[in-house]
Write a protein that binds this ligand. Sequence first.
Ligand SMILES: Nc1nc2c(c(=O)[nH]1)N[C@H]1C(S)=C(S)[C@@H](COP(=O)(O)OP(=O)(O)OC[C@H]3O[C@@H](n4cnc5c(=O)[nH]c(N)nc54)[C@H](O)[C@@H]3O)O[C@H]1N2
Ligand SMILES: Nc1nc2c(c(=O)[nH]1)N[C@H]1C(S)=C(S)[C@@H](COP(=O)(O)OP(=O)(O)OC[C@H]3O[C@@H](n4cnc5c(=O)[nH]c(N)nc54)[C@H](O)[C@@H]3O)O[C@H]1N2
Ligand code: SF4
Ligand code: SF4
Ligand code: SF4
Ligand SMILES: [Mo]
Length: 898
Amino acid sequence: MIELEIDGHAISVQKGTTILEACKTLDIEIPTLCHMKELAPDGSCRMCVVEIEGGRKGGLVPSCSEHCAPGMKVSTRSERVVESRRFILDLLLSNHVLSCFDCASNGECRLQDYCLEYGVEKTSFPYGKRVGTNEVDSSNPFFSFHPEKCIMCRRCTRVCQQLQGRDVISISNRGFDARMSPSYQLPWRESMCESCGNCVSNCPTGALSSKDQQRHYRAWEVKKVRTTCPHCATGCQMDLLVKNNRIVGVDPADGPSNRGLLCVKGKFGSYKFIHSGDRLTHPLIKRDGKFEKASWDEALDLIASRFTEIRKKYGADANAGFSCSRAPNEDNYIFQKMMRAAFGTNNVDNCARVCHSASVHGLATTLGSGAMTNPIRDITEDVDLILLIGSNPTEAHPVVGTQIRQAIRRGTQIIVVDPRKIDLVKDAVIHMPIKAGTNIAFANAMIHVILGEGLADMDYIRERTEGYEELAEIVKDYTPEKVAEICHIDAEDIRKAARMYARAKKAPIIYCLGVTEHSTGTEGVMSLSNLAMVVGKIGKSGCGINPLRGQNNVQGACDMGCMPYDFPGYQKVANKEVREKFERAWGVPLSETTGLMSTQVLPEAIEGKIKGLYIFGEDPMVTDPDTGHVAKSLESLDFLVVQELFMTETAQYADVILPGTSYGEKEGTFSNTERRVQRVRKAVTLEGEMRLDTDIFYDVMNRMGYSCEKKTAAEIMDEIASVTPAFGGISFERLDRGETLQWPCLDKESKGTYIMHVGKFSRGLGYFYPAKYRPSKELPDNEYPFMMVTGRMLYHYNTRAMTGRTEGLNEICGDSYIEINQGDAAMLGIRDGDKVKVSSRRGEIESRAVVGDKMMPSEVFMTFHFADGNVNKITNFVIDDIARIPEYKVCAVSVKRA
Ligand SMILES: Nc1nc2c(c(=O)[nH]1)N[C@H]1C(S)=C(S)[C@@H](COP(=O)(O)OP(=O)(O)OC[C@H]3O[C@@H](n4cnc5c(=O)[nH]c(N)nc54)[C@H](O)[C@@H]3O)O[C@H]1N2
Ligand SMILES: Nc1nc2c(c(=O)[nH]1)N[C@H]1C(S)=C(S)[C@@H](COP(=O)(O)OP(=O)(O)OC[C@H]3O[C@@H](n4cnc5c(=O)[nH]c(N)nc54)[C@H](O)[C@@H]3O)O[C@H]1N2
Ligand code: SF4
Ligand code: SF4
Ligand code: SF4
Ligand SMILES: [Mo]
């Protein structure tokens, strides 16, 4: 510890503390323009100078970079300090256009604040304005750059380079001509910018400002509502900016998983859809093939009577429900309660079925819990090696992606196993462009090398696992040479990767849908947990096996029991004691029959076994494989209800459509991919007859003869806690106090669980599942010579229900495209941008060719975001035997010029 004096106050601080940090503990305000908490001091603005009695450099030093020393006497407001700060402000104004009145940042500009505080009204320097390079750059759809307002503090550069890992902005020219700009002085639009807006959020002046702020609001007019991003499961914390009951913008907040950062979808794509003119505002009933406005009573009566009728005629299991992974935990809990207690069936599922059901099943089988084992910070902050398999985080989980880029800057190595040249490949020590659908062979070869070269952790295997002998027997066959041929990768790369992974002290596996969405998805997941366990890397910091969950609350929808075999908290329907517990809690007898999964419900509808379906916030007509098959299923139903925000493709098939509410209109919680339960808060009340999704379910329950009283979201969470041991200690009260809780959180005293399986697996012993490689169900042939992989891109999200209603995102990318290798394209006479026809055994779509080297020869890639040219018209409806997840990642297609 070091003793010193600041403004006459004695203080003792840890060695290495800066003066600025020490001042903070004393609540002494120090002005800063360039300083950023997350980054090393820049010391470029010099506003933070303080005076040190008898110090060097005339006693004035920047407090952000100067460390406290024993006996130091610091003044933070001496005459010289104040004079020096005034001089800096004077200089800054000499090069600043004073148009505060029409500046978007009026009222939240640090330059303005400090000028006011230090009494600097105008510059005393008559000359000095920068010349020639002052045009405003408005080319980015979301923000613009006003060089005359730039004070060259370099926060934007440092944020972009060191936090976003993108390196877009730098200083060009020198002297008076110096200016911040994207590299090569390109317009923003043509640079590498990902429009994350993190530079904008961190610019202390109006130099970088959002177009929405320019047009619609000033800082003092908005109320901030802290909430959780509604897109991916990273769970970024952010503030909705509300003016006159309208959300006009978003600011990033410092949450545990995002640490002050957002991606383009959170920053710019998460509010316009809420106020979109095409929101559903009234219940609709289909009469003679046409939707007509109906009253809530009419719609709810019809729903209750039709579902009850089906139940009476065909039995409770003739009805089914799909829940909404975009909606809060409380909504999902009540939805499954409705299906079980009022409908009397366990036929309830959610989109995890088509996403990470393979992880939920696979990891529950091998480890005892299907969740991500380690938190984001733990697997990105200080690790030696990341093994990234079938996951494209810089696009699908961008704020995880940026933290991986930060780790790489700090020296973490990364091995990428992905058929495509995704962005992180350029930083990879090894990229294995694996043939899609061959992950099991790959994992077995890695284990083969590890066992063969004595790199396994035999103590860990002995003490903590079972099933090793059988696994060891199976992997004998998987020599690197043999597997190199199956996977189309290099045998030597497999050996190198296996050695690196085994020897690294801290090395997490991070994986995603490239592993799960296969007809062998569940075994693919289990073969990765085999790989992590042979080297003893589960239950340790900086390691683990980490599925990045997809939807904002898909973890929660599963946790809340929206699955046909689990009550909330993965308590088994098949377990009599569990069932009896829920019967007591809910006061009604419950079905002991395991329900159907969503990918079973659709075919069973065609067979006439499922008659009634309640879809809460899902759009299978766009997102399930083989759209023709989905349409046939929906048409086969006697009765379909869709509860939505918008008239979706699926809603078109409904008998009744109910208008629900979005995350900005209600209270609740989302559980992110790290099992972290975070608050969602109501920001606006909209005009129209939309209702809380939970209130709708309560009304349906009461009308179907299961009487229960409406509860608020906070009360529903208390009910969840009372029946779900893993959530036992979670309440709104604790969350609103600022506690951040990751389940399992067994009681009010528990702080939650940061890393899982420490010391012991949830299941007891970790289980090695002996998986053998089996090829994908539909491989290329003469007629359909290309292997098609499907997935995501940064700027759009699933069906685009939200991102498609944000103009700027459509401006960046607004139509369907297909990535194709340049050699293949040349052979087919296809040029970049050409219209092409893509067909499979299921049908044909039109798309636009994007020609390059991202794909290997004979492989193509499409996203499923665009209803026009929707790839799911041609994907293959074949499913995994265990989790019944569809094989979205592999089908055979042909490509021709249109
Ligand atoms: N921008 C954006 N973000 C999203 C979403 C979105 O729609 N848009 N959706 C969210 C949802 S619901 C989810 S589930 C997540 C999904 O997130 P990800 O799974 O990361 O996204 P995908 O693009 O589907 O697939 C990831 C990668 O798997 C690779 N891959 C395909 N087949 C194989 C294989 O057999 N082996 C290996 N090793 N790799 C393979 C693909 O080339 C692709 O790069 O993203 C979430 N985040
Ligand atoms: N080809 C191909 N297809 C895929 C995939 C792939 O990789 N390739 N990935 C699959 C995956 S991983 C997933 S998760 C699925 C996603 O499939 P979906 O879940 O069908 O897609 P979303 O666009 O997320 O649809 C959510 C719907 O919920 C509505 N909604 C959102 N919030 C609320 C709310 O609070 N209340 C109500 N009532 N409604 C709400 C939205 O308006 C939207 O229409 O797609 C799958 N489809
Ligand atoms: S644009 Fe803003 S953040 Fe960047 S250097 Fe200029 S004033 Fe600083
Ligand atoms: S928006 Fe993001 S990627 Fe673009 S320049 Fe700013 S920080 Fe960099
Ligand atoms: S990374 Fe995911 S949670 Fe974070 S802002 Fe982007 S879409 Fe939202
Ligand atoms: Mo997903």
